[in-house]
Ligand binder design. Structure first.
Ligand code: GLN
Length: 210
């Protein structure tokens, strides 16, 4: 493909500025997405950290959650971090209904407990470049179950903290808060592949990119 992929950042809650910077550095054009219309024509999407309770309240009654589900079904590349991981989980343990879903995992909100509300650690990363990665966890969800189709890229104390299924990646931590560009670069690579496949299909008259 030519040009920089257009990658949306869901901007209804949570921190977006750091993702904007990281995406730009990784070679994408970031676009802030506030509603359903903002999802049109994207090559990829970041669902940032923040609070899923707020996301549910702000986006729940609009068509945005349904549009996000549809985008995930279409295969739009998505990187969900922290609250974004919770949004992507098919199963939220202890009551909350699925938000967007599309990743076959079970998560527990704030699962690392009060004592470890925030912490930084070094992770061994599998399949996303070489070498360890510094990772910052903030009131992070714990991944309690990983489906058979889901690939685990990193674990911490026996729990998966980075998981993917095709072009969909969920992280318990915040890659936008550290200088390591690998996860944003991964998303940009997926977005380029997605844009290329969409362009080819559009040429044949089967538009997939709504
Ligand atoms: N604790 C938040 C939630 O449950 C997630 C925290 C974060 O995104 N940093 O939604």
């Amino acid at each position: 493909m030519c040009g920089r992929p257009r990658i949306g950042i869901l901007a209804v809650q949570g921190a977006v500025a750091e993702h904007e910077r990281a995406l730009r550095a990784a070679g994408a054009d970031p676009i802030l997405v506030r509603d359903e219309a903002g999802l049109v024509g994207l090559d990829g999407l970041v669902i940032p950290g923040g609070e899923t309770t707020t996301l549910r309240r702000v986006a729940g009654d609009s068509g945005l959650i349904d549009a996000l589900r549809e985008a995930r079904r279409r295969g739009l590349p998505i990187l969900g971090t922290c609250a974004g991981l919770i949004a992507l989980a098919d199963d939220i343990i202890d009551g909350d209904a699925t938000l967007v879903g599309g990743l076959d995992i079970s998560v527990r909100r704030n699962g690392y407990g009060r004592q470890l509300a925030s912490f930084e650690t070094s992770l061994e990363i599998d399949g996303i470049g070489a070498g360890p990665m510094e990772a910052i966890f903030i009131r992070a969800p714990i991944i309690e179950r990983v489906g058979v189709e889901v690939r685990v890229h990193a674990t911490y104390q026996g729990h998966a903290v980075a998981v993917s299924d095709g072009f969909c990646m969920g992280l318990s931590f915040h890659p936008e808060l550290t200088p390591d560009p690998r996860f944003h670069q991964w998303l940009v690579g997926c977005a380029q592949a997605y844009a290329k496949a969409s362009a080819a299909q559009n040429k044949e008259g089967f538009g997939v990119r709504a």
